[in-house]
Design a protein around this ligand. Structure first.
Ligand code: SF4
Ligand code: SF4
Ligand code: SF4
Length: 229
């Protein structure tokens, strides 16, 4: 089994059902939100140790048309995860690959990684995903709901999505679905593309150029990052 997501942002309405369902499943507490002075409905403003998923909002005016791009951000479960290479340098098996699913899982052993190692993991991650719980010291992120998958269920965020934006299955099937959907979406959005589909298990379809989404364009290329460490 080699699992993957296909996240079709052209179908995302930013309802945040996936974001809330993840917190509910993980048993996480509420976070403080921020509205005034920040200029965005994105809440909480970033990923944190109690939010493995955050729906990012980017607002643009293009050709006199307002476009509001939504992007449910999370760990990409890289095929060759640079965060694991960084973590292994400090504590072996703090980050493991769940073989049945391919999920990249941060374990309780991450609490033994010194702060220097945590910063290294953040630096090596192409998508700025790892977060540390200041109370427990554990470094965490999305675990692909690997325990749900192995129990015969689909990941909680996928189960909750009402629009078909979130899809889950075998990696080959998700790649086929993503490529087929891209061909359709390109008729209306010629700049549409798939993000890093050869190096990740969480495959996104975006409708505009990377520059039109939060900080996507400045994130590192995982193929280049992979050789570090
Ligand atoms: Fe690790 Fe970052 Fe890749 Fe997730 S996205 S597997 S945290 S390198
Ligand atoms: Fe959260 Fe599970 Fe979805 Fe990951 S796969 S974002 S842990 S609900
Ligand atoms: Fe978008 Fe689906 Fe998440 Fe709602 S549940 S924010 S439609 S991906």
């Amino acid at each position: 089994m080699s699992k993957a997501f296909f996240i079709d942002t052209s179908r995302c309405t930013a309802c945040r059902g996936c974001q809330v369902a993840c917190k509910e499943w993980q048993g996480f507490p509420a976070n403080f939100t921020k509205q005034l002075g920040w200029g965005s409905h994105q809440n909480p403003p970033d990923l944190n140790c109690y939010n493995y998923k955050v729906v990012r909002f980017s607002e643009h005016k293009i050709n006199n048309r307002v476009l509001w791009n939504f992007f449910p951000d999370q760990c990409r479960h890289c095929l060759e995860p640079p965060c694991k290479a960084a973590a292994d340098h400090y504590v072996k098996n703090a980050v493991v690959i769940d073989e049945p699913t391919g999920a990249v899982v941060f374990t309780e052993r991450t609490k033994k990684i010194p702060n220097e190692g945590f910063l290294s993991m953040k630096e090596y991650c192409p998508y700025n995903i790892p977060r540390r719980n200041p109370e427990t010291g554990v470094i965490n992120k999305c675990d692909l709901c690997f325990e749900r998958i192995e129990a015969g269920h689909i990941p909680m965020c996928v189960k909750t999505c009402p629009t078909g934006a979130m899809n889950f299955g075998e990696r080959g099937a998700m790649l086929s679905l993503a490529r087929s959907r891209l061909a359709t979406v390109k008729a209306e959005f010629p700049d549409a593309s798939l993000l890093d589909e050869d190096s990740v298990r969480i495959i996104y379809l975006i409708t505009l150029k990377r520059e039109e989404y939060h900080d996507l364009a400045s994130l590192k290329n995982p193929v280049l990052t992979r050789s570090i460490g």
